[in-house]
Design a protein around this ligand. Structure first.
Ligand code: NAP
Length: 310
């Protein structure tokens, strides 16, 4: 299967659909059975996905641990494992940001232990730490890279100016911003910046936490973190759900599901390399993988953009 792209100047060769594992964070998503996730992560590889995104903070280590178990039987040199750090968390639930050099070195060891891996392919700063000079964080990242514990490093949730600062201190070769057809703000600044610097872009929440799947009619209620999200209640939810469902005829024209159409439209942007899709089941990743390599006519692309609006 030739569904591989180069992730900017990181040189990492990855599938344009990345497996997202934040769903193993009970505080946000409730209890998702870990056996189901293990099955889904292995199925991902069978359907052409080689790129997996996790973070130490997802379930305070749970996601890394389960992803490590899931990926253990797969050929290590054929998968690209990305994780993140930023939240210094404790057993009693306390947490605070920490990208100090000391913590970066310590936490990388913790992540490797949970993942049961010898190295991390892509180590990302989950967010910007206002207390630590980036030069200090970068020095630690470079130490990890030189010792072979990480292959590449990148950032997430950074503004363009923060990325510029990071770029002055080291080789941050990827960015992980939020982007969906409903949240297109980065088109004006971060995407052109990353393209100029040949920084690989992997976007998170491309289905807007499930809203852009077409599976809702706007009457559903949620017990997870979406209960507090304004897009998942009231008239706004109904309007957005109807707008997404209105895409059905376009999806049908391309013999795609709405999920696949939305992901294909997301990846149609030439400055977006990968879409990280949040996965709970094998069926989720099978469907998402079906969007890889699919193209949409210009007219339909803009019709989709016009339909998906707040
Ligand atoms: N760097 C960061 O700060 C950051 C922040 C957020 C996320 N992320 C990463 O990005 C990933 C994706 O983000 P996300 O989880 O917010 O959002 P998402 O991909 O926009 O939405 C995920 C949700 O969409 C639904 N879904 C996925 N595939 C489906 C399918 N084929 N059919 C029907 N429903 C489907 C599921 O909803 P149900 O739960 O309703 O089944 C799933 O929980 C995360 O897992 C994580 O790896 C990173």
């Amino acid at each position: 299967m030739n569904n591989r792209i180069k992730l900017g100047r990181s040189g990492l060769e990855v599938s344009p659909i990345c497996y997202g594992s934040w769903q193993l964070s009970p505080k946000y998503w409730g209890d998702v059975p870990t056996a189901q996730v293990v099955e889904a992560a292995r199925r991902a590889f069978e359907v052409g996905v080689n790129f997996y995104d996790t973070a130490d903070a997802y379930g305070d280590g749970l996601s890394e641990q389960v992803m490590g178990e899931a990926l253990a039987p797969l050929p290590r040199d054929q998968i690209v494992l990305a994780t993140k750090l930023y939240w210094h968390f404790y057993d009693d639930g306390r947490r605070h940001p920490d990208l100090s050099g000391k913590y970066v070195i310590e936490e990388c060891e913790n992540s490797l232990r949970r993942l049961k891996m010898d190295y991390i392919d892509l180590y990302q700063l989950h967010s910007f730490d206002p207390l630590t000079p980036l030069t200090e964080t970068t020095e630690a990242m470079e130490k990890l890279r030189k010792s072979g514990k990480i292959r590449r490093y990148g950032v997430s949730n950074f503004t363009v100016e923060q990325m510029r600062l990071a770029g002055r201190s080291g080789e941050y070769t990827t960015a992980q911003p939020r982007y969906s057809l409903l949240d297109r703000g980065i088109e004006n600044d971060l995407l052109p910046y990353c393209a100029t610097e040949d920084i690989g872009v992997l976007v998170f929440s491309p289905l807007s936490h499930g809203l852009l799947t077409g599976k809702y009619d706007g009457t559903e209620t949620f017990t997870d973190f979406r209960a507090d999200n304004h897009r998942f209640s009231g008239q706004k939810f109904k309007d957005l759900a109807a707008a997404v469902r209105s895409l059905a005829p376009i999806a049908e024209k391309y013999d795609m599901s709405i999920v696949q159409l939305v992901l294909a439209a997301t990846l149609a942007n030439p400055y977006i390399d990968c879409a990280i899709v949040g996965i709970k089941t094998a069926a989720h990743i099978e469907e998402a993988a079906g969007a890889m390599g699919k193209t949409i006519d210009r007219e339909d692309y803009f019709a989709i953009r016009n339909a998906i609006k707040e």
